[in-house]
Design a protein around this ligand. Structure first.
Ligand code: F3S
Length: 397
């Protein structure tokens, strides 16, 4: 593999042992993927930092890096963790708190920007054709599909290696020749324009469409719906680029000479809904969950408008909303309105990579990604609904 003078010096160990190991890992992975060189990245997003997920081996690895004097060479943001950073309220397993805090301290010593969110694009928008090394599948899909940036879906350790070196391997979606649409998806006009159907479209595409899909113009996407759709297709089908006609910058993808064609209509999605979702409705101790991916300020304002006319929650309902830690202290008015209705707003946490102190009998969510993982990882009974459906279901006027 071709290495620049600086990269060669890193590889030789001139920048210290940690940098040497990091660049060697990137080169090894790149060689396996046929990369001929490395590329400088301008933003790394580190995922895989939940103590519930990575445990003591992960904690020790990150602490060993930070005590070795290593530091992150490029702007680096970080994914949510397994505790509520707004304060301990007993909702999430307390036994993970001290390990989680040690991981966060070590990451912050390395130079991470403590946003603790899965929507890094809301704090630093990627530019067209900008090379990134991002973990977190929904963020990767948004970076490629909405902003026309270039990133593969990296695992946690590789994002850390990229942050230490400022480089990643030049392969996969970094190359235009790999950003080629192979399936054109048409969506019929009878599909409802809301977050529920956006999630369903994403799950459906993830399940049934291989390669890089292009969704034809005709379906009106809000940014929130795009987020939900891309997060869902990245979960069920590992899609890191879904071209959205009219949204994805035209010069950031190519269309293959031969493409498959898929049509999605309301009937097929309604049938699919019955396969993937439980029956809607409150059942025993019910968790209503909104915020996968995390809500940004506009999403939060939208939710506040939806709940304004309600007084509170039905009995035995926990209504949980997750937002970036970066908002702590910045959206207090919105949070207060939600809290006055009994809704709990948690900062910087991901319930999918956490343990809830009390297991719900039923989960209601508008997120196809949350449905996918809460069923698979936690074995929960999960029903999908729009924000409007969920609010109507769990709140009292
Ligand atoms: Fe974010 Fe966790 Fe969902 S990281 S996208 S809230 S699975």
């Amino acid at each position: 593999m071709y290495l620049s003078r600086v990269e060669e010096a890193m590889y030789r160990g001139d920048y210290g042992g940690v940098v040497e190991t990091a660049i060697k890992v990137i080169v090894k992975v790149g060689e396996a993927l046929g990369a001929e060189r490395l590329v400088e990245v301008s933003h790394v997003h580190v995922s895989g930092v939940s103590y519930w997920n990575i445990g003591d081996p992960g904690l020790e690895y990150i602490e060993s890096l930070s005590s070795s004097g290593a530091w992150f060479r490029v702007y680096t943001s970080v994914n949510p963790v397994c505790i509520d950073l707004g304060g301990d309220n007993g909702l999430f397993g307390r036994e993970y708190a001290s390990g989680q805090k040690r991981i966060m301290e070590a990451l912050e010593r390395l130079g991470v920007d403590p946003v603790y969110t899965c929507i890094p694009y809301s704090f630093r928008e990627p530019a067209r054709h900008q090379h990134l090394a991002w973990g977190e599948s929904n963020a990767v899909a948004v970076a490629n599909s909405v902003y026309g940036a270039r990133t593969n879906r990296e695992g946690g350790p590789l994002t850390i290696a990229a942050a230490i070196t400022g480089r990643t391997y030049y392969a996969g979606l970094h190359l235009m020749e790999n950003r080629v649409v192979s399936t054109i998806v048409s969506i019929s006009k009878d599909i409802v324009y809301n977050d529920l159907y956006a999630s369903l479209i994403g799950l459906y595409i993830g399940e049934y469409v291989d390669g890089i899909p292009l969704i034809r113009e005709g379906y009106r996407w809000s940014f929130y719906m795009v987020k939900e759709m891309l997060a869902s297709s990245a979960a069920s089908g590992s899609h890191s680029l879904v071209v959205l006609d009219g949204v994805t910058p035209r010069d950031t993808y190519l269309v293959g000479d031969r493409v498959d064609r898929v049509s999605i209509d309301k009937r097929s999605l309604d049938k699919f809904y019955e396969e993937v979702s439980s029956e809607p409705g409150v059942e025993g101790y019910t968790l209503a969950y909104i915020g996968c991916p995390h809500l940004d300020r506009r999403d939060l304002e939208y939710l506040v408008e939806r709940v304004r006319r309600y007084k509170g929650l039905k009995r035995d309902v926990l209504f949980l909303v997750t937002i970036p830690y970066r908002y702590h202290g910045l959206v207090d008015g919105l949070v207060k309105t939600l809290e006055s209705r009994g809704i709990h707003v948690a900062y910087g946490v991901c319930p999918i990579v956490s343990v809830l102190s009390r297991k719900p009998d039923k989960v209601l969510t508008n997120s196809g990604k949350a449905l996918f993982y809460l069923k698979r990882l936690h074995g929960f009974n999960v029903a999908l609904g729009s924000i409007d459906d969920i609010v109507r279901e769990v709140m009292v006027e």
